[in-house]
Design a binder for this molecule. Structure first.
Ligand SMILES: C[S@@+](CC[C@H](N)C(=O)[O-])C[C@H]1O[C@@H](n2cnc3c(N)ncnc32)[C@H](O)[C@@H]1O
Length: 250
């Protein structure tokens, strides 16, 4: 297989667990929620799935706008945080702790979304399984939004090293694209005061065409692609791919 197929089990439980909730400001989350409502063309009280939902930043924001929300994540620490935030605001959200390749709901949602590059974590079979279960969880005619880096967004500006500061943690990224597997292998070093830890991530980087094919194979059609939260059209060199697909029927 050529990569650690369960890297995500260690990575998201490591220092990243403290860093993730600090990465997106409340203003950014609100902008993303506005974007989600607009491109998925949804209105309350639609039934929406957020997968993986992390600490529920978007799940809670959209529930507060009147949507009936469900969220899935593997990390129980994130879900505890999510539950606490929802309880404080008196919001009733269905949380499920588990692997994103096993969505426990079928034919339930008007729309689903997978935000912030949470795709490409598995091998080709696993990534397809994820798309398949999302498709099954949607009603016919339901929409799906996928926010991911793809070949067309990553390589025009590719840099093998990067760094950022998140809270009081300095984050160093050492990136290597393995052309034999099509995966971006990254060593992440987290430095806080005198402590330093390194974790590894491995993400399959698809082309736009490959992602559309995977969605097509699982009953999605009518694709719309955006390159930013401002709903600019997607093109080679965009910062990100926001791909909206509709499940056939309905
Ligand atoms: C970059 S975060 C994005 C979270 C959320 N989509 C957001 O925009 O805030 C990726 C999330 O994927 C979750 N995750 C990683 N592997 C998973 C798996 N196999 N099944 C379910 N969730 C997983 C992590 O726990 C983490 O919360």
């Amino acid at each position: 297989m050529g990569f650690d197929s369960e890297w995500w089990k260690k990575f998201f439980k490591g220092t990243w667990q403290q860093v993730q909730p600090l990465c997106r400001s409340p203003e950014q989350t609100q902008k993303e929620a506005d974007f989600i409502e607009s491109v998925l063309k949804i209105q309350p009280p639609a039934e929406i799935l957020d997968v993986p939902c992390g600490e529920g930043r978007l799940t809670v924001e959209l529930a507060s706008r009147g949507y009936r929300m469900s969220g899935i994540d593997i990390n129980e620490v994130f879900l505890e945080d999510a539950r606490e935030k929802a309880d404080k605001r008196g919001l009733d959200i269905a949380w499920h702790q588990g692997d994103m390749r096993k969505v426990p709901w079928e034919d339930k949602f008007d729309a689903a979304f997978c935000m912030w590059g949470s795709f490409g974590y598995f091998d080709g079979v696993g990534d397809l399984e994820f798309i398949k279960v999302v498709s099954c969880s949607l009603k016919n005619g339901g929409s799906f939004l996928l926010d991911i880096p793809v070949v067309e967004t990553l390589f025009p500006k590719y840099q093998s090293k990067g760094w950022s500061t998140i809270g009081d943690v300095i984050v160093l990224e050492d990136r290597c694209f393995d052309h034999t597997t099509g995966r971006l292998e990254v060593d992440w070093t987290f430095i806080r005061q005198k402590e330093q830890e390194t974790y590894h991530s491995s993400i399959r980087i698809y082309t736009y065409r490959e992602v559309v094919n995977q969605l097509n194979q699982n009953g999605f059609e009518h694709f719309e692609a955006f390159g930013s939260l401002k709903e600019e059209p997607f093109e080679f060199g965009s910062l990100r791919l926001f791909l909206v697909a509709r499940k056939s029927g309905g």
